[in-house]
Every structure is written in C-alpha cells, then in structure tokens.
Design a protein around this ligand. Structure first.
Ligand code: HPA
Length: 294
C-alpha cells in the first residue's frame, strides 16, 4: 500500500478520537454534509461524474487515509449531490491484498459515519459463480460470506469502542430489505434491457490471486453467486456503526469452473466490463437516491 504521512501507525486501526479528528478536519474544508456514502468499485468510478456541486479531496490530502495502488481506483473523495441527496463518493477503495490490515480497509466508513452518513451504497466488480449469471449482469447483494473472517480476519477484531457500536453486532440484516426492494422497484421503472438484475450472495476472498477451479466449485456448492476481493470489511463496519447498507455487484467475468479450461481470469476484463455497464449502474444508483427516504 502507498502511504500518506499519517499521524499514527499506518496499519493500525484508528481510535475513535483519530477517526473523529480526520472527519472534523475534512468537514472544515468541505461545505457538503453527506447523508449517503457511495463506494465505487473497480472500474466504476465514473459514477462520480454524475455528482453535482462537487468538492473533491484526494486521499493523499487526508493523513492516515488508505491510498489504493490498483489501476481503476482513482483515490478521491467526491462530495456533492447525486439524485438530489448530499453524498460522499469514494472514487477508488483500498483492498486487504494491498498489504493493509482488514481494520484499516474499513477506516473510511467510520470517517463517513462521523461526517453524518446514514446509508452506505457499496459497488464492486465480481466474478460470476452462479452459472446462470452473464457478464454484464448486476447483482443486488442480499447477504455475504466474509471468507477471511473464517481465518480470523474480521474488521472488528480487537478492542471494541462502544461509541462506534456493540461488541457483538448482528450482521444478518446488514443489506436491508427496504433498500433491496427499493432497488428492484427503481430498476423496473428504468426498464433496463440487455442484462439481468439478480439478487444473491457475495463472497469475499482475500486475493490478489484469482480463484482456483476447485475454489470456484466449492463457492458454488456453498451457495455463493458472486465472488470478489472487497466489500465485506466495509459492510461489517458500516453495520456495526448502525448504517443501512445497499450492495451491488457487477459481474465482470465468469469464473473458471472447468479444469484445463483455456479461459483465464484477468483484471483487464474486469475494467472493460466495468466501462460497458457503468452507465446503467450510474442510472440505477442516481434514480434510487432520488426517491430514497434518508
Ligand atoms: N474473482 C475475484 N475477484 C474478482 C473477480 C473474480 O473472478 N472478478 C472481479 N473481481
């Protein structure tokens, strides 16, 4: 991970006071008071172009803010109005595989919370595990598997600060039905054609290597529809601090399910599909915000 000169150990989870100071410092420089936070996944940063009255801060301007090194992740906080709502967009996010702790990947969510954000929209590029999913389809996330959590990597690992949330938070309703239903109604009104919007289960693997064939078969067996290398840490931390979450995956590729297949996963394909479907994803998010009760 590239690091900007932080005031504390770059890889440690920020304390409440440190996160509060970062949020306060940002709010001194920015007029917008966001109520919705949006994370733009790989190749989906174009969403930021729809924001009106923009005020922009580079991640490197915020001491201790994790800066991504991955192509397709610009590294800017974009404040303004989207669908008439005050929002903050993360144009680019940092991933666990970049060498950062899982706690630190979710620090931006706590900063958002302390800036007044109530609802988190999270988008990602993902591999289609479900064999009925096609490249370019969207998936409303109804639940997730935080696979790194099975090996002890949970963003809430460590001392708990009750000012953020409880020691043992429930995560089973993180992706609220209200927002999933709102997405379905909005998508229907928009009358998209040429791709399908599914509802399914997202699984995070740590990456950065793509999955083996057997790992894909295993994920398919346990009920996963899409897999990627992000999202779960941010969603867990958002649910912990009482935010409502809406998650959307763009199926950028079909995972390899046959041994000795000639097909191989690659990041270029992920970015290409992101560019193709990005307009529809933008339309859906903006239209959802227009009619959303915050
Ligand atoms: N696997 C993991 N992460 C991904 C994929 C994939 O196939 N596609 C986009 N992100």
């Amino acid at each position: 991970m590239e690091s900007n000169s932080g005031t504390y150990n770059d890889n440690a989870a920020a304390s409440y006071e440190e996160a509060k100071k970062l949020a306060d410092d940002i709010m001194v420089k920015i007029k917008c008071r966001p109520v919705v936070g949006v994370i733009c996944g790989s190749g989906l940063g174009e969403l930021a172009n729809m924001v009106k009255d923009t005020e922009i801060m580079g991640y490197e301007e915020i001491p201790g803010f994790p800066v991504s090194t991955v192509p397709g992740h610009a590294g800017k906080l974009v404040f303004g109005h989207l669908g008439g709502k005050p929002v903050v967009l993360m144009k680019g996010r940092v991933h666990f595989y970049e060498g950062i702790t899982i706690q630190k990947t979710a620090l931006p969510i706590r900063i958002m919370k302390l800036m007044g954000v109530k609802i988190l929209f999270v988008t990602n590029a993902a591999g289609g595990i479900n064999q009925t999913y096609e490249i370019g389809d969207l998936m409303i996330i109804k639940d997730h598997i935080n696979m790194p959590g099975f090996a002890g990597m949970n963003p809430l690992h460590g001392q708990n600060d009750e000012r953020f949330g409880p020691r043992f938070p429930a995560i089973s309703k993180a992706y609220t039905k209200r927002l999933r239903d709102h997405a379905k109604v909005t998508a229907k009104k928009l009358g998209f054609e040429g791709f399908t919007i599914h509802e399914g289960v997202y699984c995070m693997l740590a990456g950065p290597s793509f999955e083996t064939v057997t790992e894909c078969k295993f994920l398919n067996m346990i009920g996963v529809d899409c897999t990627g290398m992000s999202t779960c840490p941010e969603v867990i931390v958002a649910a912990h601090c009482g935010m409502e979450v809406f998650g959307l995956s763009l199926v950028t590729n079909k995972v390899v399910m046959e041994y000795d297949s000639d097909q191989i996963a690659n990041h270029e394909e992920v970015l290409e599909t992101g560019a193709l479907r990005s307009k529809d994803l933008q339309k859906l998010v903006a239209a959802m915000l227009e009619t959303l009760d915050v």
